[in-house]
Design a protein. Structure first.
Length: 386
């Protein structure tokens, strides 16, 4: 048994295990999205299972298993795309038109029916006794069709994910737990494999079989870890989800009404009220503060608060809340009372959930890193050096 075969066997089992965990979802988070993610993982597992069978020279012993597993290739791309749609869209429900994504799968299924249901039919060397030329054209169509389908859905998925990472700044004050970077890494891995496929066709670039097998295994383990650690992306009630969806849609379309949502005087009163509440209650110290939570605390609708922030104050929710956190951090850095706190302690005390987020936001809003700010203030709080 070769190292390549062993690595493929382990990777295959990993993907089937990931499919089981995603479908049954013990943490009950992002349930619709994880169902589609489970279909994606299972489809990849079936594809790798065929690789194992071919490497072990068992394709003629299990032609129907080969035929069933081949079906999965046309389900990989739409399943991943629909998972990302569910992850990135608040309250998204499956629609009848979503079945259109599986037209190539259905056509290939009809082609494979004789293999799956007629015992005397052989996939290997069969194909309805077509001429060699027709068989070649069909094989190339399937091969290229799978990769072109994956490329198209890869682009659509990446665009969705980029939009999501922009959208969550309208509703979340801490984007790290819900930015779905692990899905971005998954897409980048798939993009790398697609690049290798097209490079091998057009430029003759090849990787060793062992390296490819190791890549599948490593990728499966990394994605497995992040899929287990995921949090609910939009942990809100149905009414809140609907309001958030409308806020995001309006932001996408830049649908500014000719008539302001709030009269100038009323908007100014609401702004004073909001800023007073933030200053007195320090709601920003809650590192999980969201747009619906702030709207409830300020006794405003989600729509009115979003309009107030984006159109009146001129900041999205993420920047507005983290502006208060940065100011709080600056006060803590300059305070003798908090000399015992290091950078991480300052970040947590100001409402940030991680040192990385704190450093990024602080530098964006202040124009310098927290350490530089400390140095400019004559080395106040030496413990911040750590």
């Amino acid at each position: 048994m070769t190292a390549e075969l062993i690595l493929h066997i382990i990777a295959t089992n990993c993907f089937f295990l990931m499919a089981f965990v995603a479908l049954f979802n013990p943490h009950k988070v992002n349930i619709p999205a994880n169902r589609w993610l489970g279909v994606f993982f299972a489809s990849v597992g079936c594809m790798l299972c065929n690789v194992v069978l071919y490497e072990a020279r068992l394709e003629f012993s299990y032609p129907r298993v080969i035929g069933f597993n081949e079906l999965s290739r046309f389900a990989i791309a739409p399943a991943l795309y629909l998972a990302i749609v569910q992850f990135t869209t608040p309250g998204q429900k499956f629609k009848g038109t979503d079945y259109l994504h599986f037209i190539p799968f259905t056509l290939f299924f009809l082609y494979m029916v004789p293999v799956l249901y007629f015992p005397g039919y052989q996939l290997i060397g069969g194909h309805f006794k077509l001429s060699p030329g027709a068989n070649f054209v069909l094989a190339m169509t399937v091969r290229w069709g799978i990769n072109i389908q994956l490329l198209v859905y890869w682009v659509l998925s990446f665009v969705r994910l980029r939009q999501h990472q922009k959208h969550i700044q309208f509703v979340a004050s801490d984007t790290v737990p819900v930015n779905l970077n692990w899905l971005k890494y998954l897409l980048l891995s798939i993009g790398g494999m697609l690049a290798l496929f097209f490079a091998s066709i057009f430029f003759g670039v090849q990787l060793s079989a062992d390296a490819i097998a190791a890549g599948y295994l490593l990728g499966s383990l990394v994605i497995f870890y992040y899929s287990l650690a995921q949090k609910e992306v939009f942990p809100f009630e149905i009414a809140q989800l609907e309001a958030i969806t409308e806020v995001i849609t309006e932001a996408d379309e830049k649908a500014k009404s000719t008539k302001p949502r709030l009269a100038d005087e009323h908007a100014l009163q609401m702004q004073y009220k909001l800023e007073g509440l933030m200053a007195s209650e320090k709601l920003y110290l809650d590192n999980e503060l969201s747009l619906p939570q702030l709207a409830e605390a300020a006794d405003m609708s989600v729509h009115d608060l979003s309009y107030l922030l984006n159109d009146v104050i001129g900041q999205n929710f993420f920047r507005f809340v983290n502006g208060y956190r940065v100011e709080e951090a600056k006060q803590l850095m300059l305070s003798d009372k908090h000399r015992h706190l290091n950078i991480l302690g300052i970040a947590y005390s100001a409402g940030f959930s991680s040192k990385t987020t704190f450093n990024t936001v602080f530098k964006t809003q202040v124009g310098m890193a927290p350490g530089e700010f400390m140095k400019q203030n004559k080395g106040i709080n030496p413990s911040l050096q750590s």
